[in-house]
Design a protein around this ligand. Structure first.
Ligand SMILES: Nc1ncnc2c1ncn2[C@@H]1O[C@H](COP(=O)(O)OP(=O)(O)OP(=O)(O)O)[C@@H](O)[C@H]1O
Ligand SMILES: Nc1ccn([C@H]2C[C@H](O)[C@@H](COP(=O)(O)O)O2)c(=O)n1
Length: 232
């Protein structure tokens, strides 16, 4: 089973997708971490952040390893463990401009994401989270979820996970509101695609959201088996 989880920044995609994958014994793919690793590599290489061609070349050349174990996240870029570095506010501020809105970078990462998803299918499947999973990366996902939460809740959640004073309120707004506005020029993640279920997590706890998605996954699996029985 492939479960796609899309939605805006801070809506809870990563925490929810990891929880669902752990509970259902599936693999987990954080596609945002791949865009972040490309942004990290571009900045680290001293490439001009506005040189789209050079960023695309860097993305194609990058040796990127990303773990798909929901209990243990590791991202390695050209041999360097960047698991922590890609969460730095500098990367959060630049990832959209450097990587996510660069169509050639997107093409390269989508190709890699589809290969990772195909590799996960024989062992049960994967929960994949990002912005364009149901619409572009895994259009045949058995379950498609758009996870939303209102803007104030998303900003409050992001603030709560950062240590006091780590970012200013302008930086917080930039990471959530401006980044979503930029990203939505290339990925229509706020509009549910055909067959997608929208879950508003504003007033739901993390555990409640995980419960809902696991129930939907069981229902999708049962419906799939029913249709298989009818065909045979
Ligand atoms: N339903 C929920 N209720 C309260 N807090 C939540 C809920 N879901 C997630 N959170 C918290 O909100 C914060 C943001 O969640 P998370 O990083 O999973 O969001 P995201 O959508 O993956 O964000 P981004 O796209 O920016 O990476 C985390 O601190 C997480 O623990
Ligand atoms: N499938 C995806 C995944 C992520 N992005 C963008 C969105 C952000 O600008 C950046 C990092 O994502 P995050 O780790 O904050 O979820 O990558 C995208 O365009 N498509």
């Amino acid at each position: 089973m492939i479960i796609a989880v899309d939605g805006p920044s801070g809506s809870g995609k990563s925490s929810t997708a990891r929880g669902v994958a752990t509970r259902l014994g599936l693999q987990y793919l954080d596609t945002g971490a791949m865009y972040r690793a490309v942004a990290w590599s571009v900045l680290e290489s001293g490439i001009d952040a506005d040189d789209a061609e050079a960023a695309a070349t860097r993305a194609r050349e990058l040796r990127l390893e990303i773990s798909t174990d929901p209990r243990h996240q590791v991202v390695v870029a050209d041999g360097t463990d960047v698991t922590e570095a890609i969460r730095d506010p500098r990367i959060s501020a630049g990832v959209s401009r450097i990587a996510a809105t660069n169509l050639a970078v997107r093409a390269e990462l989508i190709r890699r994401q589809q290969a990772l998803i195909a590799a996960a299918k024989p062992s049960g499947g994967m929960v994949v989270e990002g912005r364009d999973i149901a619409t572009v990366v895994a259009t045949d996902a058995e379950l498609k979820v758009v996870l939303i939460a209102d803007q104030d809740a998303r900003m409050a959640r992001r603030k709560a996970e950062l240590s006091d004073g780590a970012v200013t309120s302008e930086q917080l707004r930039d990471q959530i509101v401006r980044r979503d506005a930029d990203d939505s020029t290339v990925a229509q993640f706020l509009v549910a695609s055909d067959g997608a279920v929208t879950i508003d997590s504003t007033y739901l706890s993390l555990e409640e959201v995980i419960d809902v998605i696991c129930r939907l996954a069981k229902e999708a699996e049962a419906a799939d088996m029913d249709s298989g029985d009818q065909e045979s």
